[in-house]
Write a protein that binds this ligand. Structure first.
Ligand code: NAD
Ligand code: ZN
Length: 346
């Protein structure tokens, strides 16, 4: 089968490899769509071999079951399924209470095994998946549904953990309205009564954010912080969802978070919020405000995203690419010319 692999640090290739064998507790998925995440760009450029290479990339996968291991129940050939990207242990205290995205078996840094970042991922014609990490797609199309696995689930987890701050009359800021961010706007609209302010460096992203329900759109420049404070009568944003996570966006969050606000730092662009205990010292972090990073989402989050999509309440902008053109898709995402999510179709 064909697969898109990271063969050496910085080097991608479309290669021919054997179709994987499945174990008794696994299913073989014929991949319908594999979403391309900005994290894949970060992985492409890791200077060191953080994962054993060659590695089939892709942590955002949907497909159709084509064979079922001898111990698997509940899945039948022909079922459409989405792969939960968190391959948690399922039995530690965190998993038992439903916080599988911070599975204790993954240690203090809490990054459970994730296909495409260790185990072989979904940018291939077929993928072997332990059956317990599958979620039913019902009648959703695997090509357009693939981004639910990350571009929807990851912001869903962040928004769900911020609803206490997002009462009617409050303000939410979404920084970076790309793959994750354009879904975050819709999730905030659906799950909360907050006013939504979207921020991006690219005008076409801001147009898309408006179309998806943002109330105010702001270009990311030196005037953004003042504009957010102006739009919130000087108090700041009750929640900020940062899907860039670079130093300028961390600085923006410190300058514009409200007292008791929640800064959800999802992007991994190397930013570090400079907070101080005394609000008037340093850059000025108001009392009660918190900063929270997050890895993906729980299996329950994923199931709830599928439910929203099946109810027609999430519209993901998808640009499909043949798997053989996958490296072009990486280059396009890196240059900022994908609007929404690129999905590789084997
Ligand atoms: P993307 O490239 O699709 O979108 C990023 C958006 O941010 C683009 O629209 C871009 O124009 C905009 N942007 C770039 N710099 C900006 C700036 N300074 N100010 C405002 N906007 C800016 O990326 P994505 O796939 O949505 O991923 C977003 C980030 O989230 C990445 O860092 C990715 O690695 C990370 N991520 C984290 C998790 C997690 O579990 N924590 C999961 C998935 C993705
Ligand atoms: Zn991702």
């Amino acid at each position: 089968m064909r697969a898109l692999q990271l063969v050496d640090p910085g080097v991608l290739a479309v290669v021919d490899i054997p179709v994987p064998d499945i174990g008794p507790d696994e299913v073989l998925l014929k991949v319908g769509g594999a979403g391309l995440c900005h994290s894949d760009i970060h992985i492409r450029h890791l200077p060191v071999e953080l994962f054993p290479l060659p590695l089939t990339l892709g942590h955002e996968t949907a497909g159709t079951v084509v064979s079922v291991g001898s111990q698997v129940s509940g899945w039948t050939v022909g079922d459409n399924a989405l792969v939960h990207l968190i391959w948690a242990c399922g039995s530690c205290p965190a998993c038992a209470r439903g916080d599988d995205n911070v599975c204790e078996s993954a240690g203090r840094m809490a990054q459970p095994p994730t296909p495409g970042l260790g185990p072989a991922g979904g940018m291939a014609e077929y993928m072997a998946v332990p059956a317990r990490y599958l979620v039913s797609l019902g009648d959703l199309d695997p090509v357009t549904a693939a981004p639910l696995a990350d571009a929807a689930m990851t912001p869903y987890h962040a928004v769900r953990n911020s609803t206490r701050a997002l009462r009617p009359g409050s303000a939410a800021v979404v920084v970076g309205v790309g793959g994750l961010g354009h879904v975050a706007v819709q999730l905030i609209k659906t799950l909360t009564g907050a006013r939504i302010i979207a921020v991006d460096v690219l005008a076409d992203r801001l147009q898309a954010a408006s179309a998806h329900g943002a109330d105010i759109v702001l270009a990311a420049d030196e005037s953004t912080a003042a504009a957010i404070l102006d739009a919130t009568a000087g108090r700041g944003a009750d929640a900020i969802f940062d899907f860039v996570g670079a130093q300028p966006t961390s600085d923006l969050a410190v300058e514009t978070i409200a007292p008791d606000g929640i800064y959800q730092l999802v992007g991994i662009g190397g930013g570090a919020p400079r907070i101080t205990a005394e609000p008037r010292l340093g850059q000025g972090w108001p009392y009660g405000a918190s900063v929270r990073t997050s890895y993906g989402g729980t299996k329950a989050d994923l199931i709830e995203c599928v439910a929203l999509a099946r109810a027609g309440r999430l519209k993901i902008d998808v640009e499909p690419f043949p798997l053989t053109e996958g490296i072009t898709a990486f280059d396009r995402l890196e240059s900022g010319s994908i609007n929404g999510r690129a999905v590789l179709v084997p």
